[in-house]
Structures are given as structure tokens and as C-alpha cells.
Design a protein around this ligand. Structure first.
Ligand code: 15L
Length: 265
């Protein structure tokens, strides 16, 4: 496939661009920063909140699918979160509708359901329960994807990613880890699954301690191969482990992340 990857210079993008290329896909990169050294494919340096700039990419390139990674990966004010996650998603979807591109893979987050108490397995039917304005942005972006799936037949797979790291670094990550290789497997499955409509999956590896339901991902062809348990001897317990274990979102659900929605002068 010829895939537009937004946020291509970010931490996930830098793994995904070579990963998808190795699997035979042609990647067009998009980011606010210039092409990193070593990436020799097509590249657009622009802000994905700008609908005209985004539309111009679709005028120029023949694209079969979009992987939307761009967005601030942490907490911010509510308007900034909505701009970063929802406005960028909408700009891409409008351009896709205009150019008959139907496949969208979204880097959503576990923080869309992060305020869910961590008692039972979390399924894709767990109600949206954000833990931060970041999580609110992810929930709202998923709502826009659902709308465009219903209105225009966009096939949108929203991957609620856990902790994307080279290896798990905390007790929580023994449950939430998504390995680099599994991330590539996940995105390729989401890009190529036949007619998913609007679908959600949990983006973690096959962790022994997982509390998220991996079956919706498997139904779309995502078969994770790695397990955080292989690194258990390298993970040290930390004082915040217990408080962070109360909710799915871990630290994002704690008081440390409370802030007003709006920045004042
Ligand atoms: C995310 O979605 C964040 O972008 C990242 O900073 C981590 O907090 C990660 O989730 C996680 O839950 O470990």
C-alpha cells in the first residue's frame, strides 16, 4: 500500500516508517519537523492542523491509506488537546473523503479509557472514560472517526496504544507494553484488515499480565508476538506503583495530572 504516515518523525513514526517499508509498503512521511536523516522516501513538512496544507498532500500524492500518529503525546489544556488530536484527524478525513481514500489507522490511547478502575478486563465496549484532557482529545477523535465511518464509509481502526517502549520500564508497563515489532504488526493488520468499518483494538503486546482484551485486535489480524514478562527481572518496583495501579491510565489518572481545562492570561 502507499501509506501517508503523520508524525513520521516521532517515536512511533521512526519505528513504523522502516517497519512498514520492510513489509513492502511505500511510505509518505508527514511531520512538523523536516525529514530525519536516513529516511529517503517522500516527505512533507507541515502542520496537520492546516486543512489546506493537508489537502495539498492528497492532490500531490496517490495515497491508499493513512496512519495518523501526529499529536502531542501528553497532557495539555483542553483547547490544545482538541487541536492536536481532533482537528488534525478531521483535516485528514476531509481530504480522504475528497480523494476517495478509505483506510484510516489512528494512534489512539489507553488514556481514552484511563479513568476506568483496574478491576476487570478492559474491553472495546468499556465506555469512553478519559483520565486527562489528552484522553478527552483521543475520545473526541474516535467520535469523529465513527462519524466519518457512518457518513462516508471510511474504514477506521482506532488503536488504543498502551506503553510504546523498546522494553518495559515499570511494573505498570509489564501489563501495558507495546513492543516495537508488535506495533508494526498492529498497524499493518489495521491497514489491511478487510472492511473493518469503525473498529477499536487495544495496542499492547501479548503480555502475561495484560488486562486489556486482545481478541478484537486478533479478529482484525493483529497477532502480538512479544511478552513484557520476558523483561521482568529488569523492572524494579517503585513507590508510585500502587497508586498508579488503581486505574487503567496509571499516572495520568492520579492527582498529579489535575489542571484547569483552560489556560488563563
Ligand atoms: C500514552 O498514550 C502517552 O502518549 C504516553 O506518554 C504514555 O503515557 C502511554 O500512553 C502509557 O500509558 O504508558
Amino acid at each position: 500500500m502507499r501509506v501517508l504516515v503523520t508524525g513520521a518523525a516521532g517515536s512511533i513514526g521512526q519505528v513504523l516508517v522502516p517497519g512498514l517499508t520492510d513489509r513492502g509498503h511505500e511510505v509518505v512521511g508527514l511531520d512538523r519537523v523536516p525529514q530525519p536523516e536516513g529516511h529517503d522516501g517522500r516527505w512533507y513538512t507541515l502542520d496537520a492542523t492546516d486543512p489546506d496544507a493537508v489537502a495539498a498532500v492528497f492532490e500531490e500524492e496517490s495515497i491508499n491509506g493513512v496512519v495518523h500518529l501526529a499529536g502531542h503525546p501528553g497532557e495539555s489544556s483542553l483547547p490544545d488537546a482538541l487541536t492536536s488530536h481532533v482537528v488534525t484527524t478531521a483535516a485528514l478525513l476531509d481530504a480522504m473523503v475528497e480523494h476517495d481514500v478509505t483506510r484510516f489507522v489512528y494512534a489512539s490511547s489507553n488514556h481514552a479509557v484511563g479513568r476506568t478502575p483496574r478491576r476487570d478486563q478492559v474491553t472495546v465496549d468499556t465506555r469512553p472514560r478519559p483520565d486527562t484532557f489528552y484522553g478527552v482529545g483521543k475520545v473526541a477523535a474516535e467520535a469523529v472517526l465513527s462519524l466519518y465511518a457512518d457518513r462516508y464509509g471510511i474504514d477506521a481502526v482506532s488503536c488504543r496504544i498502551g506503553s510504546f517502549l523498546p522494553q518495559p520500564e515499570s511494573v505498570r508497563a509489564l501489563s501495558t507494553w507495546l513492543s516495537h515489532d508488535d506495533c508494526v504488526r498492529m498497524v499493518e493488520a489495521a491497514l489491511t484488515a478487510p472492511a473493518p468499518g469503525f473498529a477499536v483494538l487495544y495496542g499492547i503486546s501479548a503480555n502475561t499480565r495484560a488486562w486489556w482484551d486482545l481478541e478484537p485486535g486478533r479478529a482484525l489480524g493483529y497477532e502480538p508476538q512479544d511478552d513484557a514478562e520476558d523483561f521482568v527481572d529488569r523492572v524494579a518496583a517503585a513507590p508510585d506503583d500502587e497508586v498508579e495501579a488503581a486505574h487503567v491510565g496509571g499516572p495520568f489518572a492520579t492527582e498529579r495530572f489535575y489542571r484547569p481545562a483552560l489556560d488563563r492570561a
